[in-house]
Design a protein around this ligand. Structure first.
Ligand code: SAT
Ligand code: MN
Length: 594
């Protein structure tokens, strides 16, 4: 077995060395590469992948590559994602569970010899800015060079992360595509093993195992596995929050700046909102993060947020100079495109331009038939946030940014209005718990089906969701009451009777954010309704825009009564774990509606 540098030279950390040694004995790779995170390393691995046919360099985008996956490895797989806490009760009703000992046995047999004929890469990475009170180091062992390249773009990866670790604790993540190679056997461009696919978390020992998939959140273990599922457990234990939220800085024409965090399910426009181009004169928006926020209360009693990631894994289809010019400029170079279409040295996807370029190759590397989607609906770009022209100056600040407002949003064609302000912290927590959204292509399965997605964390909470709600209630008591962020429910996706979107969205969301911005300084008017505070007429800046306010804000009493009935039966899943405070909120809502 070949190794690029002796393990003892790479790290002095004894339990890290022991874990790597165990993984080598178990997985039996042909060679081992201990990563340093340098650009030379990135270039070398990318060149090897190009030679093998796994990546195609893009002549029109410097430093960028196109890549297409196996047709059955295109999204997160919730049905094979497990939280293996000691007791089943602790995983709660939103997670799949198996007894940890039994699962360990299964994993032992899966991983045994699984890297034969392949290189094992060892990737140290740091989630959150170096020196942040929330910064944590993870180490991912993988046999996928694609994962190494993506982790380099998405996280603070390499030597510096390793030196941050010193002799401290790290989150181990073992990943394999699950396709050992016989001596002399040829590899395929995208090895994966959909039949044996499994993603497992042990919340007590804080470890991650992923087998059989090479795609996105299944394989880039720093993202959903660590920064959400494992981190949510750490946050509960230590009194902070790990959330599926973007973080955005907003400056008004007078130069006053505030930060907003917003939770939306996967593929519901987080990246677009995080990179918003304001349409109102004099407003400026800057991006701290587009997917995950780690938040804690500072000594001053305010809630602070850091983005644990250092890059974006954004949905490509629909991204264009019209919808998200900031993202378009971010991905002009040094980006990896997975499952988009390809033509003449560049990538293409539905919505990028009105007419597709000639000689288009679809996401499965076949000439496009002109009918089926050319790019997979969950095709993605991976890019370092350092390239974002609207990167917030505080994006790398170890202390994070103070949060003035928290938004919860779903994709709903009816019922929930454009924007509602909660009556209190607990009512806001109730809004988060009540979130439902129509399903998207980010998850394997049916698209467009309404499902409960509390806090947009349905797939990402590493423990009992009822206890998670209670943790949010508790957190409200930790901050200074007058400094707690206000909480809002938003819905950009309401449709009229003909099925057309009523709200233009994208940059025009600036108008909703302006109202929220001013509300948090008590400068904008609101009307009290049974479901919360709605903007008073005139308080929402609609200058130069014609929209049907009635369709955006109407509260259909009977639809809301039905909604509360559905919530009541959904919340029963959480049994004794469902906090009393939220029961009270539900009851008060029912009373206000009657
Ligand atoms: O989980 S992924 O990182 O593949 C994307 C998402 O679903 O948010
Ligand atoms: Mn996400």
């Amino acid at each position: 077995m070949k190794i690029n540098i002796p393990l003892s030279e790479w790290t002095a950390h004894s339990s890290l060395r022991a874990w790597i040694g165990d993984a080598i004995r178990k997985c039996k790779p042909k060679s081992v590469h201990l990563c340093d995170g340098s650009s030379e390393e990135f270039d070398k691995i990318a060149a090897e992948m190009v030679k093998k046919g796994s990546l195609v360099p893009l002549s029109k985008r410097p430093g960028s590559f196109w890549c297409h996956s196996h047709p059955d490895d295109v999204a997160r797989v919730e049905e094979c994602t497990y939280i293996c806490s000691k007791s089943k009760e602790d995983a709660g009703p939103t997670n799949h569970w198996r007894e940890p000992g039994e699962m360990k046995e299964h994993l032992r047999s899966l991983f045994s010899g699984c890297m034969q004929g392949r290189t094992m890469y060892v990737i140290p990475y740091c989630m959150a800015p170096f020196g942040s009170p929330l910064a944590h180091v993870g180490v991912e062992i993988t046999d996928s060079p694609y994962v190494v390249l993506n982790m380099k773009l998405m996280t603070r990866m390499g030597k510096e992360a390793l030196s941050q670790l010193e002799d401290g604790e790290f989150i181990p993540g073992l990943h394999s595509v699950g396709v050992p190679l016989e001596e002399g056997e040829d590899d395929v461009p995208w090895p994966c093993n959909p039949k044996e696919r499994i993603i497992v978390h042990f919340p007590e020992e804080k470890s991650i195992y992923s087998y059989g998939s090479g795609y996105g959140g299944n394989a880039l273990l720093g993202k959903k596995c660590f920064a959400l599922r494992i981190a949510s457990v750490m946050a509960k234990e230590k009194g902070w929050l790990a959330e599926h939220m973007l973080i955005l800085g907003l400056t008004n024409p007078e130069g006053e700046k505030k930060y907003i965090a917003a939770a939306f399910p996967s593929a519901c426009g987080k990246t677009n909102l995080a990179m918003l181009t304001p349409t109102l004169p004099g407003w400026k928006a800057e991006c701290v993060g587009d997917d995950i926020a780690w938040m804690y209360f500072g000594k001053d009693g305010r809630l602070y947020a850091v983005n644990p990631e250092a890059g974006y894994f954004g949905v490509a289809p629909g991204t264009s100079m019209k919808t998200n010019p900031i993202a378009m400029r971010t991905i002009e170079r040094n980006a990896i495109f997975t499952n988009t279409a390809y033509a003449d040295g560049d990538v293409w996807w539905e919505g990028l331009s009105e007419t597709p370029p000639p000689n288009l190759i679809n996401w499965q590397n076949k000439p496009w038939d002109g009918k089926s989607p050319a790019a997979h609906p969950n095709s993605r770009f991976t890019v370092a946030m350092a390239q974002c022209p609207a990167l917030d100056p505080a994006a790398n600040d170890p202390a994070g940014v103070p949060i003035s407002a928290i938004l919860f949003g779903g994709r709903r064609h009816g019922v929930t209005p454009l924007v509602v302000e909660s009556l209190s912290w607990n009512h806001g927590v109730f809004m988060g718990a009540s979130l439902s959204s129509e399903s998207t292509a980010a998850v394997k399965g049916e698209v467009g089906k309404l499902r409960h997605d509390p806090f947009a964390m349905r797939s990402f909470c590493g423990y009992h969701m009822g206890d998670y709600f209670a943790h949010w209630i508790e957190m409200g008591k930790r901050g200074a009451a007058s400094k707690l962020p206000r909480i809002y429910s938003v819905n950009w996706f309401r449709r009229d009777s003909k099925g057309k979107f009523v709200w233009p969205g994208f940059g025009e969301n600036n108008r909703v954010l302006k109202w929220i911005f001013e509300r948090t300084s008590n400068r904008a008017a609101a009307n009290s309704t049974p479901i919360g505070y709605l903007p008073a007429p005139e308080a929402l800046d609609l200058s130069g825009l014609t929209v049907d306010l009635q369709s955006l804000f109407s509260i259909d009493q009977s639809a809301w009564k039905e909604e509360t009935e559905k919530l009541k039966s959904y919340f029963q899943h959480f049994e004794m774990h469902f906090p009393k405070e939220l029961e009270d909120e539900l009851q008060c809502l029912e009373e206000r509606l009657s």
